[in-house]
Design a binder for this molecule. Structure first.
Ligand code: SF4
Length: 333
């Protein structure tokens, strides 16, 4: 395999010009914690690596307009930011439950949101049928191992899950991405950023090849400050989750005024439970009410042959995460 070319850029406009020049054969690199592995394994074969690691996109700002995290902020720097720790605990917990300390020191927020799936067939050393890796080649998971794959939103072409914990927390908090391209700037809600696989699973998101994610913005809300992230893994240290739940609540006394629930590990994108949220608003944050509400969750799920357990596991994770918020001041007596 020929080694890719390498281009280090010092500003966003030069990076955009490189993407325009090289098109789909170029890949942006910063922390490199996912991309380098994909290149080593022959999954990605870029002709040119555009190193954006020195662009000034590594600051965190929090004020009355909410939170803004530069896309090149490392995961550990974001998790250690005092404003995030006090005002957006779900984001901090999702970051701290991701990967290892060494990876979090190098990996960036933008890279984390754009990491590729952990489907074992996509990552396999031996090339196996995988429509995400090689469009039109098939899907080895169709008759193979599917325990960790999606239970909802999947297609015959692909059953993979999105792997980012951070994305789940950010979707729960209504985060948006700021994206730059040669055509200007656009804002995309993170909930609309990731694509379900359909017939084109090779495309994980709506990001175009000539676009760069510049920052994540989280709007201000009382619920963000009373939020949490719960991840269920088969082994606690350094393991991708089976399912996860990001939750946030604003209560008026004991009554829920605003609630957000987003599941991870169930689909190709973070799965927000809007119907459950609507049910809970105006009700009490009690175990019986939350259990009743979560019975509505994933009603349209289509589990694969060995991952049906994820449906109840995800409901229970969301239930526990919500009830734990009572100990964080979500309700007052
Ligand atoms: Fe590839 Fe998706 Fe099938 Fe996994 S589930 S083998 S990523 S096509």
């Amino acid at each position: 395999m020929p080694e890719p070319g390498y281009l280090r850029v010092a500003d966003t406009s030069t990076a955009l010009a490189a993407l325009t020049q090289y098109g789909r054969s170029a890949r942006l690199i910063a922390g490199g914690t996912d991309l380098v592995n994909l290149i080593k394994e022959g999954i990605e074969r870029p002709a040119v690596l555009v190193d954006i690691g020195r662009l000034p996109l590594d600051t965190v700002q929090a004020d009355g307009n909410g939170l803004r995290i530069g896309a090149l902020t490392t995961m550990s720097a974001a998790a250690g930011d005092p404003a995030l720790r006090s005002g957006y605990p779900a984001v901090v917990e999702a970051l701290e439950l991701s990967a290892s300390p060494q990876i979090r020191n190098a990996a960036t927020i933008g890279g984390n949101l754009l990491q590729r799936t952990r489907c074992p067939y996509y990552r396999a050393e031996t090339k196996l049928p995988c429509n995400k890796r090689q469009p039109g080649s098939g899907c080895a998971a169709r008759s193979g191992y599917d325990r960790t794959l999606a239970v909802i939103g999947w297609s015959d072409a692909c059953r993979a899950c999105h792997p980012s914990d951070l994305a789940v927390a950010l979707v729960a908090l209504n985060a948006e991405l700021t994206i730059h391209s040669p055509r200007g700037s656009r804002t995309v809600p993170l909930a609309a950023f990731y694509r379900l696989p359909g017939e084109t699973p090779e495309r994980d998101s709506v990001l175009e090849p000539d676009e760069i994610v510049i920052a994540v913005r989280v709007p201000p809300s009382p619920a963000a400050a009373c939020s949490g992230y719960l991840k269920v893994r088969e082994r606690a240290p350094y393991e991708f989750g089976l399912v996860s739940a990001a939750v946030a609540v604003e209560a008026d006394g004991t009554m829920i005024r605003d609630v957000r629930i987003c599941l991870g590990g169930v689909a190709a994108r973070p799965w927000r439970l809007y119907e459950v949220e609507r049910y809970l608003v105006g009700r009490q944050l009690t175990e019986s009410v939350v259990r009743e509400a979560l019975a509505l969750a994933l009603a349209d799920a289509r589990p694969l042959k060995s991952n049906g357990f994820k449906i109840e596991l995800a409901r229970r994770a969301a239930c526990r995460a919500l009830l734990e918020l009572r100990g964080r001041g979500a309700v007052s007596k």
